[in-house]
Design a protein. Structure first.
Length: 319
């Protein structure tokens, strides 16, 4: 442990090391001590000398590695230079238009969130994840700038991503956060509440390359033949599995299909995908005959109370 106040005092008041002070704030324990296990601690202590002088290339190589778990060295260099340039004034000395106060930003975030559902047709789960990301970002701005107007810039986005990574978020989640913030700032620019998008040029974190899991041909054949052909439920389940496989559907897409989404004459199914985008998918001849048989003989056994293509034993849509 070391005294956080001593570390704070090491940064000169006349130059804006606000970004680095923010790193420190994220590393504090409740008793105002700096945790040596924090990913920010080694870099903060090493940067005391750098903040008193003009950083050299060697400084970034040495001190940047201390932050490497949460921020690439190139980004670390950008944050340091930006921190040394910016002044301790609302907006950080930038010339961009200041964002509205925190309360107004929250109202604008709700308007943007409502628009995602109305205009883009996102699912509730996707909508909630976008809204949650922007809520976290607004809380970060409030912690950094207070409740007044502010002018977040690219270095603030670096700090935000570094904070999120230090809390355990992986690259895929960080990329989702960036996408959410970009979308929100585009909305603010359309409304005239902002004139720049600090996330526009931010690089997405590199996603790990993974080989997909898959079933062998023999395994897939066993899956398709698993339901019993001797019961209505078994025949329905065979049709469900066969259509998922033949048309490459998501489960949610299959559950949302109606009886008139299957063109029996042409052997084509109409699918409503993400964002309410329609597509038409042909199915092979054997699948076409199985669906025709299901509609004529199996589906009526469930006394359907809906037009859904696949129904449960009670005649209700599958979920």
């Amino acid at each position: 442990m070391c005294d956080a106040v001593e570390v704070l005092q090491a940064f000169p008041a006349e130059s804006s090391c606000k970004g680095l002070k923010t790193y420190l704030a994220f590393s504090l324990l409740p008793d105002k001590k700096l945790c040596k296990n924090s990913p920010f601690c080694p870099g903060l202590l090493a940067m005391q000398g750098v903040c008193r002088s003009s950083p050299s290339a060697g400084d970034f190589t040495r001190y940047g590695s201390a932050f490497s778990r949460v921020l690439p060295v190139a980004r670390f260099r950008s944050v340091v230079y930006s921190s040394l340039r910016r002044r301790m004034t609302p907006g950080g000395g930038t010339h961009a238009k200041a964002l509205p106060p925190a309360d107004r930003l929250r109202d604008l975030a709700r308007e943007w969130s409502d628009g995602l559902l109305a205009e883009r047709g996102l699912s509730r789960a996707t909508h909630d994840s976008y809204s949650r990301d922007v809520g976290v970002f607004l809380s970060f701005l409030k912690k950094l700038y207070g409740t007044g107007p502010c002018c977040p810039g690219p270095s603030d986005m670096d700090l935000f991503l570094a904070e999120q990574r230090s809390r355990g978020l992986q690259s895929r989640s960080l990329a989702h956060c960036l996408s959410s913030v970009r979308s929100f700032f585009r909305f603010l620019m359309d409304r005239g509440a902002a004139d720049t998008n600090p996330a526009a040029d931010e690089e997405n974190p590199k996603l790990p390359m993974r080989l997909p899991n898959f079933l062998t041909r023999e395994e897939m054949d066993r899956v398709l033949k698993a339901p019993s052909p001797d019961t209505p439920s078994g025949r329905r389940d065979r049709a469900v599995l066969g259509l998922l496989y033949a048309a490459g559907l998501r489960v949610s897409e299959l559950c949302g299909m109606q009886t008139d989404d299957f063109d029996q004459a042409r052997g084509v199914v109409r699918v409503m995908g993400k964002g309410r985008k329609q597509r038409y998918v042909p199915v092979h001849a054997a699948m076409r005959e199985e669906l025709i048989s299901y509609l004529a003989k199996t589906r009526p056994c469930f006394s359907p109370k809906t037009d859904s293509l696949f129904v449960s034993r009670r005649g209700l849509p599958l979920t």
